[in-house]
Design a protein around this ligand. Structure first.
Ligand SMILES: NC(=O)c1ccc[n+]([C@@H]2O[C@H](COP(=O)([O-])OP(=O)(O)OC[C@H]3O[C@@H](n4cnc5c(N)ncnc54)[C@H](OP(=O)(O)O)[C@@H]3O)[C@@H](O)[C@H]2O)c1
Length: 265
């Protein structure tokens, strides 16, 4: 009897937080998972925690270096073949605690969060477009609810997440013609190493496991934007329609200007 092929998910940014939780979640639901990031030892540790570690493949890479992305893709195609779903989830966050606008820091965040995704797309799109044997080929970009309006202290981070949404909107239709589905994940506050050092209350905070389960449940759907948790998503997205004057007044009232921010990472 012919064996059914197990679907493959390639998770970039799988060594901790949402990506690591997503790897475990998908592996528990019969996916093979490819684990990427810079820290190989952490990726290996995630792999050993899978229900069946032989269904995990560790391919270290640095999203800033397209050559490492290219060779990881090469190794994946050789070992297992093309993936059904790719999660471009790597990201870094540096709160801007004072008004020193250090261009080096802005560039560093941009290189990882935005150019890291562009590097991934550049490597993946031509390869995945050819993988016509895969029934559904999806690419997920992890943005953030912080990408919907400018938030104090997220001056370096927020624009990268806003740019990812814009990029995905622009590209989605064009990739569709290649048989690829481009979708955006926009989480609110998720308890991960990234948010662990936040010194302010994080409304509607959810666990990385909860985030992973929401992402998995969205996989079978068609929605372009996978935003959660719902109450925070509705609040933040509706802020786009608030007149600027009221938006800035609200930020002042929340004490977000000049003091602690309350922005989803
Ligand atoms: N936590 C939240 O509240 C929240 C909210 C909205 C959106 N997000 C987004 O969700 C994604 C995951 O964040 P997280 O909260 O799970 O944070 P995290 O635990 O710090 O995970 C970040 C992941 O990105 C990887 N990464 C960072 N720089 C990289 C690079 N140059 N090359 C390859 N991988 C790199 C890290 O792996 P290595 O360090 O091993 O390379 C790690 O696996 C990020 O894009 C973040 O912006 C998070």
């Amino acid at each position: 009897m012919a064996q059914t092929r197990k679907a493959i998910a390639w998770i970039v940014g799988a060594s901790s937080g949402i990506g690591a939780a997503l790897a475990l979640e998908l592996a528990r639901h019969d996916w093979r998972v490819v684990l990427s990031g810079r820290r190989e030892e952490l990726l290996e540790e995630v792999r050993t925690r899978l229900p069946d570690p032989s269904l995990g493949l560790v391919l270290p890479l640095d999203v800033v270096r397209i050559d490492t992305f290219e060779s990881a893709a090469e190794r994946l195609w050789q070992a297992w073949g093309p993936p059904d779903a790719v999660f471009l989830n790597a990201g870094i966050y540096e709160p801007l605690r004072d008004l020193r606008l250090d261009p080096t820091e802005f560039r560093r965040v941009w290189e990882v969060n935005y150019m890291g995704v562009v590097n991934g797309l550049a490597v993946l799109v031509p390869r995945m477009a050819q993988a016509v044997e895969i029934r559904r080929r999806q690419i997920f970009i992890t943005s953030s609810l912080a990408g919907f309006r400018g938030l104090p202290q997220a001056e370096a981070y927020g624009p990268t997440k806003a740019a990812l949404i814009n990029l995905a909107e622009a590209l989605r239709g064009r990739l569709e013609s290649q048989g690829l589905e481009l979708r955006v994940i926009a989480p609110g506050f998720v308890a991960t190493p990234m948010t662990a050092r936040n010194r302010f209350p994080m409304p509607f905070l959810i666990s990385a496991e909860d985030a992973a389960s929401r992402i998995r449940l969205a996989l079978d759907g068609k929605r372009f934007l996978i935003a959660f948790p719902r109450p925070l998503s509705l609040i933040v997205r509706s802020l786009r329609f608030l007149p600027d004057r009221l938006y800035f007044a609200l930020l002042r009232r929340l004490g977000a200007v000049g003091r602690s921010p309350a922005s989803p990472r």
